[in-house]
Ligand binder design. Sequence first.
Ligand code: PRX
Length: 574
Amino acid sequence: MGRVHNEILPGRAHNPNLADYDQAVAHFKWEDAERYFTWYETGKVNMAYETVDRHVREGRGEKTALLYSDPVRDESYTFADLQEKSNRFGNVLRKYGIGKGDRVFLFMPRQPELYFCLLGILKVGAVAGPLFEAFMETAVKDRLEDSGAVALVTTPDLLHRVKREELADLRHIFLVGGDSDPQKGLLDYESESASASPELEPEWLGLEDGLIMHYTSGSTGKPKGVYHVQRAMIQHYYTGKVVLDLHEDDIYWCTADPGWVTGTSYGIFAPWLSGVTNVVRGGRFSPRDWYKTIERNKVTVWYSAPTAFRMLMSAGSKSLEGVNLSSLRHVLSVGEPLNPEVVRWGDKVYSQRIHDTWWMTETGGQLICNYPGMDIKPGSMGRPLPGITAAILDDSGNKLPPYTMGNLAIKTPWPSMMDRIWNNPAKYEEYFQIPGWYISGDSAYMDDEGYFWFQGRIDDVINSSGERIGPFEVESKLIEHPAVAEAGVIGKPDTLRGEVVKAFISLREGYIPSPELKAEIAAFVRSGLSAHAAPKEIEFKMKLPKTRSGKIMRRVLKAWELHLPAGDLSTIED
Ligand code: PRX
């Protein structure tokens, strides 16, 4: 059992939506949340319509929807602008025969066109698949291949990472920022959009029709395509109200990239369903820059991640000199355990309690949270949202008593629950082995007041700066290197990033361990997968611990690393 925290701090201002948590829980029905939506009466939906067109139709077209800046660009767009731009791109897609159910991927940095194109994709009923700009060749190929994407939006700079000749389904590439060549299937986003009509009738969809796909990692196999459907909007909208506490005049900034589910569920859908002004900052992280972004835009609600807060904390008071952060009224965090120390630091420097929230790519939306108005216990993820039942179960599905560590499980269903794992029904079933429950893969305990406390992952998934890294994907890349005979990858605890990737490697005959070889192997992963998946540390071993069936025992590697007892070794080979 983990450490028990007794400290209770008062929450932020009273939230009328959750005036009394127990009352709200007792009376909550998702059907009531659905009634927030006028469109619900028609039985037809389209996320892009709900996030953009509805505001124009209801007279909010001239309201600022997007405030974008990076070191070079500084732009602002209204809801009417978003409507026009997404309509144009939707018409371009239709011109090339792309529509309902087709997968269209986006591989580009955060910039306004990413948002216009994503909305355009949704307008025609296609399923959007945003990819991190940091992905390299193999990572991009695996995802495009598995999804069967028919079109891709990217930039000339990133195009060389797309192995087109190996992607049979990929018919069209839209280039943002020049270098088009229609003969080669490279279409120019700007000129195509400019000549397309600004009017478009959205594709009207059912709640179970496709919306978005996010690839994420587990401990075995290639990354899995988590497929979400339109009904997720019910949860995005509801959590936007009760967790993000969004009000009409808010200026909201979610720092996440749309390549990560936080950057879509809460970087696009939740704020725009509520018609709130959304800040997007491009370019790299820098403490000064981030604080200036808050000051300049007068950000009121800010959603970020523990690694970012830890980096801001370590940047010290100098980074705060002369910046005015008094616009902030609500600060939230997601993706990794939020250290109590960071919460208390936030109290001082932002005069705001940082509210932790827990959820996953698969859950599509927030499930266990600290919301405005509730008492916060630093270090706890909070309590299940009204409408959500969470429990700690043993491996047979029995509920465990308070303060006992076990599987964090959520009672099914909820609106934003994933619809499937693309191309892999068996993987999907793995989450639902215990009838009526979704098993998260996290271990946690619940205290006697119903607060949940994160304890770790049950599987070998690595969480580095909030990015989920599958050890199998990294190991597969490592053994492609000519020097590597075998590789086992684990997460090594790190004060700033939560965990970093550490690889244990046995070399092939004829290769001699050296610092240069380590650097070369790390660079090989960096250029094949991505910088965040590359091992920060490599240790050469004569032999790796394996089961008799030849599986590398990561659990033993982890025990070595942490100087802990290795546990049951009955299955280890001689
Ligand atoms: O282990 C949990 C951790 O991140 C995992 C989900 O990763 P991903 O799908 O990439 O996240 C999507 C955005 C939420 C979880 O299984 N995690 C997420 N939030 C928290 C967390 N761990 C501790 N505290 C959190 N608040």
